[in-house]
Design a protein. Structure first.
Lengths: 300, 1021
């Protein structure tokens, strides 16, 4: 008798355990596809790659920060724990860029423990994007056990980012490259703006923010090539709003003849041209806020 | 006999004799003789005085008092009634029959049969509840002076005539003057003998007085003056109608029987018997009694010789004598968990397919009553340690199991060992009764009491070394051995006064030792076994009973195989559920293991360590393996003891010729049910704790299949080995390879070169159920969970395209270039390399889907050394470029489809990330994608083997039978058919189970193990 009850109980439990929420069916998705445009960018890949080459690495900003004497602040970065939230390639690529910048930041401040976390997150995202081959996890693991190796580890990683960009372009996947870059740049902006907003007197920092206007323009240009893609279009929109904020900043370039001087018996050409960047505190604050809003959208 | 009864009898004697003419001298002498038999000299006087006073002896002479007489006769009648009632209360029916014959004999002693006397005796017989017909028989038999007139069916006359003198009576022939008359009292099954004639015949060593009635008890022998011996068994057989209808001949000639180890067990044993005999087998320990019994029963095959039942060889013509043989071994052959009744009931059910439940019930109750077990019928049999019924009852139940189907030939191995003398006697009594019904019964018996010994019709005495020392009637055995050793008094087999036989005497004589000069017995025997054997052969000639060429009687009606399965299953099921401990352990084992395992490996797995999320549980791949091990372990342990435990019962049932298949099916039915419940509870509980969603049915199916496989495997070892310990030692031997080659603990690519094949699961691993189960579960979880399933097809296309565009295109291009550059070099080793590269390219292009530009190239024909040209190399180079671009496009398309689908779901209100947390497991995903592979591909035996993403790689079978793939392949090839790994692996596991069922059915493992057992290890000399 007891056994019969047990059996019935098990069967009931079994049946009820099987139910779950319903998903829209496959057909509904296929129908939605028909109405959407299904094309890649019509621009020549080479154009894209030539623009991509011009954009400097976001890591440079970090160097500047450290030199300005600001302290390491982990809370400025995108936590590696957020990794699990990135399921689509779009988000994976953007956040791969973000983590790349974060890794550089931790490196400059020699925060090895955090650095390893970012490395691992980068490896995971890269795997997800089918570009994991650029991270030999065995080498990374071996190097990561010893903090002295971190320098070489970072060197490898930075080189890897370059190789990834190159690879993606050869594989007609430059869109990912664009996203990678956008993410990296955005994260650099975020860190700089957060620090800059607190140190509004730091002129150098403010100017650095203002300088980004040129880069942003290129990013917007790149993104516009992909505006057929839904996700890209929405990112483009955000970036354009940022560009609007940057439009208030004036960058004037004054040309002067270069001169040559002899220093210690060596001839050195001195560039006398100067660039003046007119950026107000308000501009910095509004850019900071905008950056933050866009970034939160991407990372969360 | 108690004083009271004796007094009553004395009164009865007195009352009868004083009627009509009073006591005569003869009558008084008869009474004195009777007293002398029962009492000592002093008391005889006392009772005689009593008798005299009652009967009025010596007071007689004053005749003519008729009226007074009449009055006394009425008084006497009342008195008689009173006495008889008293006797009725204490005496058994048999004893009452004896009393009645005594009374008649008393009257007959002077032939004074007056009506009044006869009236009183008649009254006595009525009060004694003796049927009138029987009374008539007894009266005629006792009183009659001649044998001729006795026309009753229960009378046997033995004389020198060749025909019988009256119609109904039975007749036997012997060299004798006059007549020997035998009477059977049917109701009490007693025999009386009487001799009418002038010769001095000897009954059990005493001369028979003419006309005196003797009780003809079990084992009695009458020797005529002419030297004929008439044995109880033979004479009684004449009365038995059933015997005459029972057609049975048993002829055994065992010239030699050798044990597997080479020792001789039996030499030159010839036994020939007809129906209705109870045959004892005796012998010193180690003389080969049980061996003889086993050989006779057909359990062992004689090395030389044959055993014929009704002319059918019991080995070669088994089917003709199906159900004829019954065997009760020395061990208990009971199902301990069932009640006495159930044991018998299911056994009967297997024997009588034609009976209804009601008839079966009746039959069982009947047998139980016959054996005095009806009061105990609802008690559980219990084990020897946990007794609920007594040893005697167990023994009787064992016998009952065979008796219920009434086999024509029954073999019992020491049915009385360990029983009290009363129980022993009951058992032998029962066997005797059966033999009288026409059964032939062989009993190995040890130290029988005199009564039991005499009950046997024949006795086979074995001597050390398997020599046959004697075969004949039991009582004569004593005289034979006495005579053989020239002992005094050798004619008397039994004690003169008490009729006791001492079977021990026989063994004392057989084994008598030579005494040395100090009077100490030495180890040398006076007469060696071969000498006894020769002596026996010299003295006795066994006349062989003619073989009846007809099928022996049997009422066995075996049910159909399906019914057998049902009966076996019910019986097993009942015995399992009555064993609470077994049931509880087996039902709780799985849930407990599930709780322990799942609880231990559930941790705060979410990034940041705040909560448990299934997606991040790194223990999940190991959990799957553990689940499989649990299923295998439970499956093995639950089945490993099954057949061993039943082995004795199987031995008994082997005589029924039941279907082995049905038996195995019943085992499987129960084991599979148990496994189903166990694995179900395991899956439900562990999945609940670990929050594995939507996988219950799939996981259960795999684990259940695995457990069933283990069940069948367990039954194999259970049938092959002879002890539970060996079987349990076997379990790790079976389980650990399953763990090693499951695919999770050790990568298949990193196994010994002898067994591993790169890019394919090694064949050794293919023999492991664990590997199939693991692959099925892992692949199914990865591809068919609610989160991944909608993207799986796109992901697969994406991964395939990525590999081709990202790696293969470049690699093939490189190889093509190598060929172009080196094709003209004459160096042999370079040419070999060129040929190899061409083969690799050819292989890769063989089933290539992208045909644009390829059709012109015709890789099958042109990519051969000699046919290849530089121009071809160029066009191939161009093709690879297009190939790369094509797959880049495919890749991008699929990526974008996935993106779109995801955003489509998001828009329809689904939280994709929550879904992923719920259904997807990162650790498992890494495993099946092999993300940690150092190289995306490797070159192995002139092939490019993809290392990454096995889960997205379709099989490339070489032919329709090529089932082999990499581990975690999503699909399998099955005779040219594509099917999912889950389904395919399920089929493989069941196919393995079927394979092991076949080996189990033919007991292949057992035969292998037994053949190892036969290897003789030479002994050191």
């Amino acid at each position: 008798m007891a056994m019969r009850i047990l059996v019935v109980g098990l069967v009931v439990a079994f049946l009820t355990a099987c139910g779950s929420g319903k998903k829209p069916d496959e057909q509904a998705f296929l129908n939605s596809l028909d109405s959407a445009k299904n094309q890649g960018p019509s621009i020549d890949e080479e154009v894209i790659s030539s623009i991509l080459q011009q954009i400097p690495s976001p890591l440079e900003i970090s160097v500047l920060l450290k030199e300005s004497g600001t302290k390491y602040n982990f809370s400025l970065l995108n936590s590696p724990d957020n990794l699990s939230k990135y399921n689509s390639n779009f988000r994976k690529a953007l956040n791969l860029g973000i983590y790349g910048t974060d890794l550089g930041y931790t490196n400059i401040y020699e925060q090895n423990q955090d650095g390893i976390k970012y490395l691992s997150a980068i490896k995971t995202l890269a795997d997800g994007l089918n570009i994991g081959q650029f991270f030999d996890i065995e080498t990374i693991g071996r190097l990561a056990t010893n903090s002295k190796n971190l320098d070489s580890l970072l060197l490898i990683t930075t080189q890897n980012f370059n190789s990834i960009n190159h690879y993606l372009q050869t594989q007609s996947r430059a869109n990912l490259s664009v996203l990678l870059l956008t993410g990296g740049w955005l994260e650099a902006m975020q860190i700089t703006c957060q620090v800059g907003a607190k140190n509004l007197k730091n002129k150098e920092l403010k100017e650095k923010i203002g300088e980004q206007k040129i880069i942003l323009e290129q990013i917007v240009l790149l993104l516009s090539f992909y505006k057929d893609d839904e996700n890209m279009a929405s990112l483009l929109k955000d970036m354009e709003s940022m560009k609007a904020a940057f439009d208030k900043i004036n960058i004037t370039y004054t040309y002067k003849e270069s001169t040559m001087e002899i220093i210690n018996g060596v001839a050195v050409i001195k560039d006398n041209s100067s660039t003046t960047i007119a950026i107000t505190d308000e501009d910095v604050i509004s850019i900071k806020d905008l950056t933050n809003t866009i970034r939160i959208k991407i990372i969360s | 006999m108690s004083e009271e009864i004796l007094k009553a009898l004395t009164q009865l004697f007195a009352i009868i004799t004083k009627q009509d003419g009073g006591v005569t001298e003869n009558e008084r002498q008869f009474v004195i003789n009777f007293f002398q038999q029962e009492l000592d000299q002093d008391t005889v006087k006392e009772y005689l005085e009593l008798y005299d006073s009652y009967s009025g002896y010596k007071k007689q002479g004053t005749s003519g008092e008729d009226e007074k007489n009449k009055l006394t006769s009425v008084k006497d009648s009342v008195k008689t009634l009173g006495i008889c009632k008293k006797i009725n209360k204490t005496l058994a029916q048999k004893q009452k029959a004896v009393v009645l014959t005594k009374l008649l004999e008393l009257v007959g002693s002077d032939k004074n049969f007056t009506p009044q006397r006869m009236e009183i005796i008649n009254t006595v017989s009525t009060v004694f509840n003796i049927v009138q017909d029987e009374y008539k028989l007894i009266e005629s038999f006792v009183i009659s002076q001649q044998a001729e007139g006795l026309n009753f069916a229960d009378i046997l006359i033995v004389d020198a005539n060749s025909a019988k003198s009256a119609e109904l009576q039975k007749h036997g022939h012997a060299h004798i003057e006059g007549h020997l008359a035998f009477m059977r009292i049917r109701s009490v099954d007693m025999y009386f003998a009487k001799y009418v004639g002038d010769q001095s015949n000897v009954l059990n060593g005493f001369i028979m007085q003419p006309n005196k009635v003797y009780l003809f008890s079990h084992g009695s022998t009458i020797k005529t003056q002419a030297g004929d011996a008439l044995y109880y068994g033979d004479l009684v057989a004449n009365f038995n109608e059933e015997l005459k209808t029972a057609k049975l001949s048993f002829n055994a000639l065992v010239e030699e029987f050798k044990f597997p180890n080479g020792g001789t067990g039996l030499r030159d044993v010839a036994i020939t018997e007809g129906p209705g005999k109870l045959i004892g087998i005796m012998g010193a320990s180690g003389a080969g009694k049980t061996t003889l019994l086993n050989v006779l029963a057909g359990l062992e095959r004689p090395t030389k010789g044959q055993i014929l039942i009704n002319g059918f060889d019991i080995h070669s013509e088994k089917e003709r004598i199906q159900g004829v043989i019954g065997y009760v071994s020395q061990d208990d052959l009971l199902i301990e968990e069932l009640t006495v009744y159930e044991n018998l009931f299911y056994n009967a059910k297997l024997c009588f397919a034609n009976f209804t439940e009601e008839e079966l019930h009746k039959r069982v109750i009947e047998v139980l009553e016959n054996l005095g077990l009806d009061q105990r019928k609802d008690l559980k049999v219990g084990s020897v340690l946990d007794k609920t019924i007594s040893g005697g009852q167990r023994k009787r139940l064992n016998i009952a199991l065979e008796l219920i189907r009434e086999p024509a030939v029954l073999f019992l191995d020491e049915p009385t060992s360990g029983l009290s003398s009363r129980d022993s006697e009951n058992v032998i009594d029962l066997l005797k009764e059966l033999s009288l019904k026409g059964k032939l019964i062989f009993v190995v018996i040890h130290q029988p009491s005199s009564d039991i010994y005499k009950m046997f019709d024949k006795m086979i005495i074995m001597d050390t070394g398997g020599y046959h020392a004697y075969y004949g009637t039991p009582v004569e055995a004593v005289t034979y051995f006495k005579k053989a050793t020239h002992q005094v008094d050798s004619n008397r087999g039994q004690c003169e006064t008490c009729g006791n036989v001492n079977p021990e005497q026989i063994f004392n004589i057989i084994e008598a030792k030579v005494v040395d000069e100090y009077g100490q017995p030495t180890s040398k025997r006076k007469v060696t076994p071969p000498q006894w054997h020769d002596m026996y052969k010299e003295r006795f000639k066994i006349s062989r009973i003619e073989d009846l060429k007809e099928e022996p009687p049997h009422n066995l009606n075996i049910p159909t195989r399906i019914r057998q399965t049902v009966i076996f299953t019910t019986r097993d099921f009942l015995s399992k559920i009555s064993n609470k401990q077994y049931l509880l352990i087996n039902l709780l084992e799985a849930p407990l293991l599930a709780v322990i395992l799942a609880f231990i490996i559930k941790y705060k797995s979410a990034p940041g360590g705040k909560e448990y999320i299934f997606r991040f549980n790194d223990n999940f791949p190991a959990f799957i393996l553990m689940s499989i091990i649990v299923a295998l372990f439970m499956g093995l342990t639950v089945s490993a003891e099954e057949i061993i435990r039943d082995r004795k019962i199987l031995k008994r049932e082997s005589f029924l010729n039941l279907s082995w298949n049905s038996y195995l099916f019943s085992k499987l039915a129960i084991l599979f049910l148990m496994s189903a419940i166990q694995t179900l509870s395991y899956v439900l509980i562990s999945n609940l704790i670990l929050e594995v969603h939507g996988m219950n049915l799939a996981f259960w199916f795999v684990l259940f299949s695995t457990a069933c496989f283990a069940n069948v495997l367990g039954l194999n070892i259970s049938s092959a080995f002879n002890s539970a310990v060996t079987v349990y030692v076997m379990i790790p031997l079976l389980l650990i390879p399953q763990m090693i080659l499951s695919g999770l603990l050790f990568s298949f690519d990193k196994l010994n070169n002898l067994i591993s094949t790169k890019g394919k699961v090694p064949i050794v691993a293919d023999l492991m159920a664990s590997r199939w189960a693991y692959e099925a579960m892992a692949v199914h979880q990865f591809t068919d969970n609610d989160y991944d399933a909608p993207y799986h097809d796109y992901e697969r296309e994406e991964a395939k395209a990525d590999f081709k565009a990202g790696y293969l295109a470049d690699e093939l291009k490189k190889r093509n270039r190598f060929v172009v550059e080196n094709m003209d070099l004459k160096n042999d080793s370079v040419q070999a390399l060129v040929a190899k590269e061409l083969k690799i390219i050819r292989d890769q292009l063989a089933d290539e889907a992208f045909r644009e530009g390829l059709d012109k190239i015709k890789p099958e024909e042109t990519l051969q050394p000699g046919k290849y040209s530089k121009a071809l190399g160029e066009s191939l180079d161009n093709y690879f470029e297009e190939y790369r671009k094509y797959y880049q496009r495919i890749y991008n398309q699929n990526v974008s489809l996935i993106e779109k689908k995801m955003s489509f779901y998001e828009k329809s209100g689904f939280n994709v990330n929550a879904e992923k947390n719920r259904y997807h497991n990162e650790s498992l995903s890494d495993l099946v994608k092999n993300v940690n592979a150092k190289n995306r591909w490797i070159e192995y035996k002139n092939e490019i083997i993809q290392q990454i993403n096995p889960i997205f790689q379709e099989p490339r079978p070489k032919n329709s039978l090529d089932y082999r793939t990499q581990f975690f392949a999503p699909e399998k090839n099955f005779f040219g058919l594509r099917m999912s790994t889950f389904l395919f692996n399920g089929i493989v596991i069941w196919a393995m189970a079927v394979f092991f069922y076949i080996t189990l059915y033919f007991e292949i493992l057992k035969k292998v193990v037994d053949s190892f057992g036969k290897v003789n290890i030479p002994k050191r000399k």
